[in-house]
Design a protein around this ligand. Sequence first.
Ligand code: B12
Length: 346
Amino acid sequence: MNPLADVADLITELGFSHYGYSAITTPLSWDRYIQWIENNFHGEMDYLKRHLEIKRDLKNIQSSATSIISLAHPYRALQEPTSFPLKHLKTALYAQDSDYHFWLRQKLESIVARLNELHPNDFFMASTDSFPIMERDFSYQNRLGWIGRNSCLIHPKEGSLFLLGNIVTSVDLSQSEALDPLPDFCGKCTRCIDECPTSAIGNDKTINAKKCISYWTIESKANPPLELASKFKGLFFGCDICQTVCPWNQKILKRSEPYQNQLIQSNEEGLVSELRLVLNSSGKQLLKLLNGTPLVRSGQRGLKRNALIVIANLKLQTLADDVRLYLEHEELKEIAKWCLNELSDT
Ligand code: B12
């Protein structure tokens, strides 16, 4: 019997697409993870090097921890229209919404609250990027998908356009017979590798973050190497290319077409006006506009940096005067100069 039967309805009501559970083990890809860090593929994301003892053994969070529940939630922007204010700048699908660190965490906390009622003497802890947990790895172990060539977790029915949350618990959820992880259905397909504009995806299902558009437009505080930035394809925040070209996501993308703001509405006039808005707004104004969305993570400087790169990529001559205002900017002058150069090449 499913030991989570009492919360199964709640999980579905909350919009999770699928879930699984198992006993805590050393993460299946622990050695790969260490190798990835040693290869320096994490760039400036130093937090990935910390708390390794917790990552390796989740019992270090709480000694009574024995099991882990993994849950997948589809990006909400694929299911319903969101109030995301930028309709033309290309923003990753997960980010065209309020920040999942809040809404997904809240949903996980409601499950934890119910579980606490049912098991008052047990321990439950929810995490979505809030604890040093290898979320993909445990979700793979819990059969939420296979690890795709693009390193995303892919499910045969749900594709990969979903977020992950995990609940660590002292309740023993070990399966009487350990189930094998889902088989890898990537086959010979290399579309994600072939279509990645910056060749960030290796042949061993790992991403070199230092080449990944998502890393440079979301995580990094620095300016990307200009040679690399020239390949960003006008993407403003995050990148979904390695997922949107994946055959396993085509059905989901088709089904959600009515909600995909930017694929439908983007036009040059709208794009120019949004880029102007980003470049000419103060930090306070941008915070007000984007409050609660993942974009605030990049900060004023990061968003302006991203806007300058979009202008250079798309050769938007009309914005040359707006770019010139940044030639004296302490941190953005190099990018502004490069951007004007790119514009003058047209
Ligand atoms: C750091 C990070 C990033 C970095 C690095 C990404 C990366 N691939 O490593 C950057 C900023 C680039 C990034 C980008 C994105 N991210 Co991110 N990111 C994370 C974070 C915080 C840690 C991931 C990590 O540890 N990376 C290090 C690498 C080495 O680990 P890994 O990706 O888990 O890779 C393992 C597998 O490849 C595995 N492996 C490879 N082959 C095999 C074979 C076998 C048999 C096994 C067992 C394992 C295995 O070994 C690796 C080491 O463990 C997680 C949240 C979390 N706490 O886990 C989210 C997370 C991975 N990101 C997520 C998302 C949504 C994204 C983006 C789609 C966002 C966007 N649109 O821009 C992109 C996708 C880019 C991509 N193709 O991965 C989701 C992924 C959901 C999913 N369906 O897979 C997560 C889980 C966040 C969440 N809570 O939902 N991200």
